[in-house]
Design a protein around this ligand. Structure first.
Ligand SMILES: NC(=O)c1ccc[n+]([C@@H]2O[C@H](COP(=O)([O-])OP(=O)(O)OC[C@H]3O[C@@H](n4cnc5c(N)ncnc54)[C@H](O)[C@@H]3O)[C@@H](O)[C@H]2O)c1
Ligand SMILES: O=P(O)(O)OC[C@@H](O)[C@@H](O)[C@H](O)[C@H](O)CO
Length: 497
C-alpha cells in the first residue's frame, strides 16, 4: 500500500470522472455545507436522474476556497457517516458536478460577469452564512464586485436582463440556503431595494418579479466539515489526497417553499433525495431551528465549560445529556404549538443524530456568533415559555447564564477561542475585565448584558426574575465552576443550594 505522501491528488486528470456538464447552476458560496449538501444532491441527480447540470461556484468574499477547488478541477469527496435505516453506515462519493470556481474579486471578474449571459443558466443557490443576506448601502452597480451577496446578485440579474432584452424565459430560480427566516423573501427584498436605489427602471423591476422565482428554503444536514483529525486515515482509505474532503451525517432534508412546477425541473425524487417542495415551510423551519439548532446552541457553553468538546460527548454524558434532554422536552417542545407527540419523535431523531458515533462535531464550531444564535434559536422558546407558564424555563436560563460566562473566554485557565462580532467581543471584554468576583459584580454584568437591545431585540431585564436568576448562576459558575454548579442544581451532588 502507498504511503499517504505518495498518493495522487484528486482531480479530473488523475481520476476518471464524468465530462463537464452545462453550467445551469450558479452557486454563491464554496463552504463545506453547500458542497456536502446541495452539490452532493445535484451530483446525485446528474448520476441517477440524468439531470445533466454543472455548477459554477462563486466565492462571495475576497478570501476563500475556490483556488483549492480549481486545483482539484472542482472534484472532491463527500464522506457520509451515521445511522441510516437503523444501521451504521459509512459511504463516500466523489462529487463531480462542480465545473469551476470563480473569485470575482480578482482576475476572474470578467468571467464572473459573463455568467449573466449564459442562456442555459437556470438556478442560483447560496449559503453565505446568516451574515450574508445583508443590505450594504455603499454597494453600487459599477462596483467590481459589490460587497454584499444581494448586491452581486442584483447587478448580475440586471446584466442578464439587459443582455437578453427582458426575455421572460431567461429568468432564474433562486434558492438561498442561509439559515435565516424566509431567506428567499429576504434576498428578494434586498435585490429589489438595490434595483430602486440604483435607478434600474420599472421594466427591470417587473422582470425581476415576474420572470424570476425566489424560493424560501430550509436545509438540514449536520456537516462537521474537513476531517482534520483523521485526514491521513481517510486519505489512506480513499487511495488519494483530497484537500476538500468534507464529512457529513447520513441524514438530509431540504424543504423548498415554491411552485409545484419546480418538481419537473428538479428531479429529486428520481435520485431518492429527501426534498420537499411545499406551499408553506414554516412548521419545518420552526421545528428544526428551535429543537435541533436550539439544542446545539443551548448545550454549547454548558458542555464546553464542563470540559466536553463534542456534541456526541455531551449527549452521552450523564449530567449534560440529561440536561439537554430535559431542556428540549420540558422547555422547548411545549412552546412550539404543534402536537407534542410528533415533536418528541422529531426530538428522538435529533438526539440520535447528535449521538452519531462516527462524527466529531465540535461544540466550538457551533459556538461561532453564539449571541445572535441564542437570539434566533433559544430566545423565542424562553419568551414563549414565560408567556405560557408565567415562570422562567430553568434550563434555558442556565444556558443563557453559561453563555455569559463562556464569553469570559476562560475554561479552567485555558483561553477560549471566542468568535463573534467585534462589538460583542469588545463589550464582553470590558464587562469581564471589570468583574470583581462578587454577587453584586455578577448582577451588574448581567444587567448590562441583558440590557443590550441591539443583541436581543429587546431589554431582557424586563422579564420578571430573569436578571436575578441569571446573575445567581453567573456568580455560582465563576466561583464554583460548571461541574459543581450543575451537579448541585441537578441534584447529582450532595450539597444543595
Ligand atoms: N455545517 C453545518 O452543519 C450546517 C448545516 C446546516 C446549515 N449550515 C449553515 O451554513 C452556513 C455555512 O456553514 P459552512 O459549514 O458551509 O461554513 P464554511 O465556513 O465552510 O463556509 C462559509 C461560507 O460563507 C461565506 N461567508 C461567510 N461570511 C460571509 C458574509 N458576511 N458575506 C458573504 N459570504 C460569507 C464564506 O465565503 C463561505 O463561502 C452556516 O452559517 C449555517 O447557517 C451549516
Ligand atoms: O452552522 P451554524 O454555525 O449556523 O450552526 C451550528 C449547527 O447548529 C448547525 O450547523 C446544524 O448542525 C445544522 O443546522 C443541521 O442542519
Amino acid at each position: 500500500m502507498k504511503e499517504v505522501d505518495e498518493l495522487d491528488q484528486l482531480n479530473r486528470k488523475s481520476f476518471i470522472v464524468a465530462d463537464s456538464q452545462p453550467e445551469r447552476v450558479l452557486q454563491f458560496g464554496e463552504g463545506n455545507f453547500l458542497r456536502a449538501f446541495v452539490d452532493w444532491q445535484f451530483d446525485k441527480m446528474n448520476k441517477q436522474a440524468g439531470w445533466d447540470t454543472g455548477v459554477v461556484i462563486v466565492q462571495p468574499q475576497p478570501s476563500g476556497m475556490v483556488e483549492k477547488l480549481n486545483e482539484q478541477d472542482g472534484v472532491y469527496t463527500v464522506i457520509l457517516e451515521g445511522i441510516k435505516d437503523g444501521q451504521a453506515m459509512k459511504e463516500h462519493t466523489v462529487v463531480e458536478c462542480v465545473t469551476r470556481g470563480l473569485n470575482p474579486y480578482g482576475a476572474d471578474f470578467a468571467e464572473y460577469e459573463a455568467l449573466s449571459q449564459k442562456p442555459e443558466l437556470r438556478f442560483v443557490v447560496s449559503n453565505t452564512t446568516e451574515a450574508g443576506i445583508a443590505y450594504v448601502p455603499e454597494d453600487r452597480l459599477e462596483d467590481r464586485p459589490q460587497k454584499s451577496f444581494p448586491g452581486k446578485l442584483a447587478a448580475l440579474l440586471y446584466k442578464r436582463f439587459q443582455f437578453f432584452r427582458g426575455d421572460q424565459s431567461k429568468g432564474l430560480v433562486i434558492i438561498p440556503c442561509e439559515l435565516i427566516d424566509r431567506n428567499g423573501d429576504a434576498l428578494k427584498e434586498i435585490v429589489l431595494r438595490y434595483a430602486d436605489q440604483w435607478g434600474l427602471g420599472v421594466e427591470f423591476t417587473a422582470w425581476l418579479k415576474e420572470a424570476n422565482t425566489f424560493c424560501n428554503s430550509l436545509v438540514d444536514r449536520i456537516v462537521p466539515g474537513y476531517p482534520k483529525d483523521r485526514i491521513h486515515e481517510i486519505q489512506a482509505e480513499l487511495g488519494y489526497k483530497d484537500n476538500l474532503a468534507v464529512v457529513g451525517e447520513q441524514y438530509h432534508l431540504w424543504v423548498i417553499e415554491g411552485p409545484q412546477w419546480l418538481k419537473k425541473e428538479l428531479p429529486t425524487h428520481l435520485a431518492g433525495l429527501n426534498v420537499l417542495i411545499v406551499d408553506d415551510m414554516t412548521p419545518y423551519r420552526t421545528r428544526k431551528v428551535r429543537i435541533l439548532n436550539g439544542a446545539h446552541t443551548a448545550l454549547t457553553p454548558v458542555a464546553y465549560l464542563y470540559g466536553l468538546d463534542t456534541v456526541g460527548q455531551a449527549v452521552e454524558h450523564e449530567v449534560i445529556g440529561a440536561f439537554i434532554q430535559s431542556l428540549i422536552r420540558e422547555e422547548i417542545i411545549p412552546t412550539l404549538g404543534s402536537p407534542e407527540a410528533e415533536l418528541n419523535l422529531y426530538a428522538d431523531d435529533v438526539i440520535e443524530r447528535f449521538r452519531n458515533p462516527f462524527v466529531n462535531h465540535y461544540v466550538m464550531s457551533i459556538a461561532l456568533n453564539s449571541v445572535s444564535k441564542f437570539k434566533t434559536r433559544n430566545l423565542p422558546s424562553l419568551l414563549q415559555y414565560v408567556k405560557r407558564h408565567k415562570t422562567l424555563p430553568a434550563k434555558i436560563v442556565f444556558s443563557l447564564s453559561s453563555l455569559l460566562v463562556f464569553y469570559r473566554g476562560d475554561r479552567n485557565g485555558e483561553p477560549i477561542a471566542l468568535a463573534d462580532e467585534a462589538e460583542v467581543l469588545s463589550a464582553f471584554g470590558k464587562l469581564w475585565s471589570g468583574y470583581d468576583g462578587t454577587l453584586a459584580g455578577a448582577k451588574h454584568l448581567t444587567k448590562q448584558v441583558l440590557g443590550k437591545q441591539i443583541w436581543w431585540g429587546e431589554d431582557l431585564n424586563q422579564i420578571e426574575g430573569l436578571a436575578e436568576q441569571t446573575a445567581q448562576h453567573v456568580y455560582a459558575l465563576t466561583s464554583r465552576g460548571m461541574k459543581e454548579t450543575l451537579e448541585i442544581l441537578t441534584g447529582k451532588s450532595v450539597p444543595r443550594v
